[in-house]
Design a protein around this ligand. Structure first.
Ligand code: GLC
Length: 610
């Protein structure tokens, strides 16, 4: 690809600056590899899910990594349950001949989001609205501490997708639609999680290994090309090399130069070729040209989506393309069997196996895992005061404040006088699950999750003395101001893809009939109305917005809903700017900053203040 040469300058910078490949670490790893059997090597390349692999399996098959899927939690989901589980896995791993500890990975994508009472930060689209990358560093650091307190070493974050089509159910996992905005958040987030580099003691310092994902162009797929029955998720990104580099590869460069320990490969395809078998983009570009020295990991059972006759063929094509560790949550034994047979049959060269194992062990060694199989914080009583502590919740509340985007404010209705008689309506005003979105305690997220936090309503009630709450909006008459909180129900991945007709695994990108009725009921009363939209992306509101005096986009704020009240009552004047274009209607999508005939309802970068 012709533009590879213009990236090679970056490559020399990346490799020379990386401490993953530091000389002493290299020597240590080479000595280890010399001693390893094929079974031990392939074990290191295997990642299984916690409910499908026991500590005994780790011992018997030399498994190198365990993960938990969204919502898969040990015991009562208490910190002690996590620490106990990971300690059991590590005891098993260290009882093997070479005693190489496992790497445990989890999706701490907006805080330690599977763990009860952890701090849940705004999803990335809200962080993009803050235009404050330093916040990302602080959030990465706070998240690392909460993850380390549970004994976990590795998070599958940050997501560096560029949201080019908001009909994609994962658009909210992106910092925005502009590659330059996503790139601004890459380095601080990675360094907040890992520290400045993988310095040999990352885990000893209660930091965690980060993952840049999903390589590459997961946010650029064409609507209608979705895989596995989805409308757009896991689809095909059809771009020229130049567009691919400019839009989707460029945000990874700051992450790579920050020593990100792993890169997760995307389910999606580029110009018709599945990324999980794309040697050109995984080995030739990411590893050879850009100098990435960490390890690549597949996505969840993603090899199964490679079009081939047998699993062994899928394994051969993926490993030979440059995948180093395979996330095969349930069928990990089949993976081990197929890869072993393929190596013995010469279908996968031993050099490729050794390269994959070298990369994995380099990260294990340079992160300090070999000396700290369980983070110190996990083993100390100090760890009890980390999950969801006041400091982290205050940080999350600040992030919520800064993520609010004021879209409309007729007659300066906002900020609301605190002595006013306030009326609050809508289910989204009083549900931490709705305000946190997907990837929160459950993979898909859900209403009424059991975790500590403050709903938007509770934030309002704490700020002013006269508040009436009516879920359906009845009884609004006689109040000074109405605050109606509406939005999307939680979703994750392709289950959030847009489709016009209702279905189990899709979303309408518009307000429900009940919400529209609620809004009409309140605005018809003549009470000045503020509408707060809780969503992972722009919703189609053009036909009703003229009835709303003020409008605030709140995105998916997480557990600290009080940050919304801070803006509504003027504790904090809104500074948020749209990270994505807000379309007039669905027919405009995909619509992005820089398009010709660009005429959205609200443009990228729009945001009012007081
Ligand atoms: C999911 C997602 C990926 C996540 C992984 C583990 O399918 O695509 O972002 O890290 O599986 O949960």
């Amino acid at each position: 690809m012709k533009w590879i040469s213009c990236l090679s300058a970056v490559a020399t910078l990346l490799v020379s600056s990386s401490s993953i490949a530091a000389q002493d670490v290299e020597k240590r790893v080479s000595a280890l590899i010399e001693r390893m059997s094929l079974a031990e090597k392939i074990g290191q390349m295997t990642q299984a899910e916690r409910s499908h692999a026991s500590p005994k399996d780790v011992k018997d098959y030399f498994i190198g990594s365990i993960l938990n899927g969204g919502g898969s939690v040990p015991g009562e989901n208490e910190r002690s349950d996590w620490v106990g589980m990971i300690s059991d896995y590590q005891d098993a791993a260290r009882s093997t001949r070479l005693g190489i500890p496992i790497l445990y990975g989890t999706d701490a994508v907006h805080g330690h989001s599977n763990v009860k009472n952890a701090t849940i930060f705004p999803h990335n689209v809200g962080l993009g609205a803050t235009r404050n990358p330093e916040l990302a560093y602080s959030i990465g650091l706070a998240t690392a501490k909460e993850v380390a307190a549970t004994g976990i070493h590795w998070t599958f974050a940050p997501t560096l997708c560029v949201a080019r089509d908001d009909r994609w159910g994962r658009a909210y996992e992106c910092f925005g639609e502009e590659p330059s905005l996503v790139a601004e958040f890459a380095e601080p987030f990675v360094k907040g999680l890992q520290g400045d580099t993988l310095n040999g003691n990352t885990i000893g310092e209660n930091r965690v290994i980060a993952t840049a994902k999903h390589w590459v162009a997961d946010g650029g797929t064409t609507y209608g090309t979705g895989d596995e029955g989805y409308a757009i998720d896991r689809g095909d990104t059809q771009l020229t090399d130049e567009e691919l580099q400019r839009l989707h590869i460029s945000p990874y460069l700051p992450a790579l130069s920050s020593d990100v320990g792993s890169v997760m490969v995307s389910y999606s395809s580029v110009n018709g070729k599945k990324m999980h078998e794309h040697k050109g983009l995984v080995s030739d570009l990411l590893k050879d040209e850009l100098g990435f020295v960490g390890f690549t990991i597949s996505d969840w059972s993603a090899l199964g989506e490679i079009p081939a006759e047998t699993n062994r063929e899928r394994v051969v094509r993926s490993i030979n393309a440059g995948l180093d560790m395979i996330m095969e949550p349930e069928k990990w034994q089949e993976f081990i069997t197929d890869l072993t047979a393929a190596v013995k049959a010469g279908e996968v060269p031993m050099e490729r196996i050794d390269e994959a194992v070298r990369r994995i062990l380099l990260v294990k060694a340079s992160s300090g895992l070999l000396e700290n199989p369980v983070s110190p914080l996990a083993l100390s009583a100090q760890g009890d005061s980390v999950l969801g502590n006041d400091e982290h919740r205050a940080l999350a509340r600040q992030a919520v404040r800064e993520s609010m985007v004021l879209l409309k404010n007729e007659k300066s209705l906002l900020p609301i006088e605190k002595k006013s008689k306030i009326f609050v309506a809508g289910v989204h005003a009083n549900d931490i699950g709705f305000q946190s979105g997907g990837w929160t305690l459950e993979w898909q997220g859900k209403s009424g999750i059991d975790t500590q936090g403050t709903t938007i309503l509770e934030g309002i009630q704490a700020a002013v003395s006269t508040v009436t709450y009516s879920e359906d909006g009845k009884g609004v008459e006689g109040h000074d101001v109405a605050i109606v909180v509406v939005g999307e129900d939680p979703y994750a991945e392709g289950w959030g893809d847009y489709r016009p007709a209702p279905c189990e695994k899709c979303k309408p990108m518009s307000l429900s009939a009940e919400q529209r009725q609620l809004l009409d009921r309140v605005t018809d009363s003549g009470v000045p109305t503020v509408v707060v939209i809780v969503s992972g992306r722009p919703l189609m509101v053009s036909d009703q917005i003229s009835d709303w005096q003020s409008v605030v986009a709140a995105w998916l704020p997480g557990t600290e809903g009080a940050g919304v009240a801070d803006v509504l009552f003027g504790e904090y004047a809104p500074t948020g700017k749209l990270p994505v274009t807000w379309p007039r209607n669905l027919a405009q999508i995909p619509i992005n900053f820089g398009d010709e005939d660009y005429d959205p309802l609200f443009p990228y970068g729009f945001g009012l203040s007081y």
